[in-house]
Design a protein around this ligand. Structure first.
Ligand code: GCB
Length: 599
């Protein structure tokens, strides 16, 4: 009976979710091509663990909270906060690594920034946040303008008419408390960096402006570029021109109901790792003009192969967290992205798995320019509340925002909907719905998920998780030699799959402290880790449906699950490179393997 109830609940949940429309969020595209003012730099902050600036003593939201940014007017005034004499934090940046006392802090911090603005007629202004972890409530000049949930995707508010001539201030209540219903949930193996972790901008556009677009080769074709452009405040029937000067192509399309669709016959040089060709694409309306650099390529699967531009490709990859080299904390600069990516290049990679959440747009764009194929993921990680509709909506929203932002990036070939989720009816329906949602938004890329549910029998490991049905490419996380088995035992393991689909070994690995040496059976030594890699590489050679590999991971990273003193010191040590940039032995073992694979 309980089983029946579960099935009925899962089915009705399923129907409810299917009823939803797949729509983009109208997130401004290619913000670097827009006129914008940066709100980065030092922000005044108030640390507020009890949320005193939000609730009164009856725990009701109050209307004279810290967002009012009140100032004393007479000596007798009682105002128990003052942003102008407060602490300060750098934006973009996590708070944990900027102030010792915030290292473990999870809760609310108020941020305030003063700025000057000149009001111009005939323009719209958006307040754009590249990411805030986790929940943000945003106030402009003391008034609430909106909120956002999810720590790794961008969001924006139209603030036209709310900005004043001259002095303005923006206040954010940022809360990174972990909650069971959140995505990710309460446990995760990476640091819960709080704060305004990515850049903030004021972006101006003409009143009638290009709000979104999608421009790619149509699925399976190498000579038809198709897409659409949406216009905010469009005139019905107006013309949008899309041109690709290098290809000597230009088409006009008419706007109907705010959207123009088009198709261009062309034979572009295809984007690929060895030649990551990008074309300048210009989109023009009567009032607006945007330029983007776009690559064209096809990606599909054939049986157990991943096929790029009609040719089989083996993905030589590595997993990367968005953690800054040398100083730890969140990556905040293009230079830090480049260091990580150059290490991946040095390793011989053509592929990166950006774990376990959408990385910054800068990271994606730099990776694309360098020719990396990219796996991009939302933080549906471990055991989230699969039966909770709010949790589903949150995950779906993060997926929509990720695809919204990066749908024009040729480098991105895989959208991942989950990592290491436990089998079950509610989870299957949750993730199948996410996969369907991603396909409705973008039918040109492949859908994947990293699974750790493979079963084991005398002959080896067997992939039969029913989620395999919902994805195009199966990711497998498997820690032979670390969480189970000795390293030597791995080489012999045989793999079978119930699906005729490509499999990427999306994680393998083991920990080592850089500079710690010993016998290969001594945990935490570089020799032990190297042995894990050698034997796993042998295992890999026996998997005929293996289409790629992305070991765990490029660089050691902070995680509160890793307390072992003198070894971990809060770092997950499975990096091939230490957090200080030192390469461990296993880096060179993996590199040798990749250099011998010659595609
Ligand atoms: C995993 C997770 C990853 C962890 C890793 C580990 O399977 O996907 O987030 O950090 O294992 O080190 O245990």
């Amino acid at each position: 009976q309980i089983g029946f109830f579960l099935i009925v609940t899962a089915l009705s949940f399923n129907t409810m979710l299917n009823a939803q429309e797949a729509e983009f969020s109208n997130l401004l595209q290619n913000i670097d091509s827009r006129e914008k003012v940066s709100l980065n730099g030092l922000w005044d902050i108030i640390i507020d663990p009890l949320e005193n600036g939000y609730y009164n003593h009856r725990l009701q939201p109050k209307d004279d909270g810290y967002f009012r940014n009140a100032k004393m007017k007479s000596p007798s005034d009682l105002i128990e906060y003052n942003f102008d004499t407060s602490l300060q934090l750098m934006v973009p940046g996590d708070w944990n690594t900027q102030m010792e006392k915030l290292y473990y802090y999870e809760g609310t911090i108020w941020y305030k920034k003063d700025f000057k603005h000149t009001v111009k007629k005939d323009e719209l202004v958006y307040l754009y946040f590249e990411a805030v972890n986790y929940e943000a409530i945003v106030y402009l000049n003391g008034e609430r303008i909106g909120s956002h949930i999810g720590g790794y995707t961008p969001f924006q508010f139209d603030v036209t008419g709310k900005l004043k001539e001259g002095d303005n201030f923006v206040v954010l209540k940022v809360d990174n408390k972990r909650k069971p219903e959140n995505v990710p949930t309460v446990n995760q193996d990476w640091w819960n960096y709080g704060g305004i972790t990515r850049a903030v901008h004021l972006i101006s556009t003409p009143v009638s402006h290009i709000s979104d677009y999608s421009i790619q080769l149509s699925k399976g074709s190498t000579n038809t570029i198709e897409g659409w452009v949406t216009i905010n405040n469009a005139t019905e029937g107006e013309t949008v021109t899309i041109s690709i000067p290098e290809l000597k192509k230009s088409v006009n399309a008419n706007v109907q109901n705010g959207k123009a669709t088009f198709s261009i016959t062309a034979k572009p040089i295809l984007w690929e790792p060895k030649n990551p060709k990008l074309y300048e694409v210009v989109i023009k309306t009567n009032t607006d003009k945007l330029t983007d650099n776009i690559g064209f390529r096809t990606i599909e699967t054939k049986g157990s192969k991943i096929v790029l531009n009609g040719k089989d490709i083996f993905l030589k990859g590595i997993c990367i967290h968005e953690e800054a080299p040398f100083k730890t904390g969140r990556v905040t600069s293009v230079e830090e992205c480049k260091i990580l990516l150059n290490w991946a290049k040095d390793l011989g990679c053509n592929f990166i798995r950006l774990a376990h959440y959408p990385h910054s747009e800068t990271m994606i764009r730099e990776a694309e320019k360098m020719g990396f194929l990219i796996w991009s993921e939302i933080p549906v990680y471990w055991t989230i509340q699969f039966e909770n509709p709010d949790t589903y909506n949150n995950a779906q929203n993060q997926l929509t925002e990720m695809i919204s932002r990066d749908k024009n990036r040729a480098g991105v070939i895989l959208w991942s909907v989950a990592n290491e989720t436990p089998e079950g009816i509610a989870r299957l329906s949750f993730l199948t719905n996410l996969a369907e949602h991603a396909r409705k938004l973008d039918n040109t890329r492949l859908i994947t998920a990293a699974l750790d549910t493979q079963s084991q029998d005398n002959e080896g490991r067997f992939i039969e998780d029913p989620l395999g049905k919902a994805v195009d490419v199966i990711g497998i996380n498997n820690y032979c030699g670390w969480y189970y088995g000795s390293p030597e035992s791995c080489a012999e393991i045989k793999w079978k799959s119930a699906y005729n689909k490509p499999m990427i070994m999306s994680e393998i690995g083991g920990g080592a402290l850089f500079g710690l040496h010993g016998e290969k059976n001594e945990r935490w030594t570089e020799e032990y880790q190297a042995d894990v890699y050698k034997n796993n590489i042998e295992m890999m050679k026996n998997i005929d449906f293996l289409a790629g590999l992305s070991p765990w991971l490029l660089m050691d990273f902070l995680s509160s699950r890793r307390p072992l003193k003198r070894i971990q010191e809060d770092f997950n040590r499975k990096g091939l490179i230490s957090e200080k940039g030192m390469k461990k032995q296993s880096f060179f073992i993996l590199r040798d393997y990749y250099l011998k694979e010659n595609n």
